[in-house]
Design a protein around this ligand. Structure first.
Ligand SMILES: [Zn+2]
Length: 93
């Protein structure tokens, strides 16, 4: 699968990885602006994530919040915030 150019600066991006005995992490990163995808265990998923990347920074932010929210502690986050973020994200589709 071919990597698309960076949606933010138009430069080339690169598939990166760390592999240990316990896990493998793949992500795609832009050479110039260093923006990157989340880390995933499969090469294909990392490339897919990169290639469908939005150029809208609000969409990017909301997607990141939704992804990381599964690790939020229920004591640190206002009740219902997660759902409100998901609703906001849907409006942008
Ligand atoms: Zn870039």
């Amino acid at each position: 699968m071919k990597l698309k150019l960076c949606p933010f600066c138009g430069n080339e991006a690169e598939l990166k990885y760390t592999i240990t005995v316990y896990f493998a992490n793949y992500w795609v990163e832009c050479f110039r602006c260093s923006i990157s995808t989340r880390r995933v265990p499969s090469e294909d998923n990392a490339i897919e994530d990169w290639n469908k990347r939005s150029t809208n920074p609000i969409v990017e932010l909301l997607d990141e919040l939704i992804e990381t929210s599964e690790y939020w502690s229920e004591y640190d986050v206002p009740l219902g915030l997660h759902d409100r973020i998901k609703q906001a994200r849907k409006l942008l589709d």
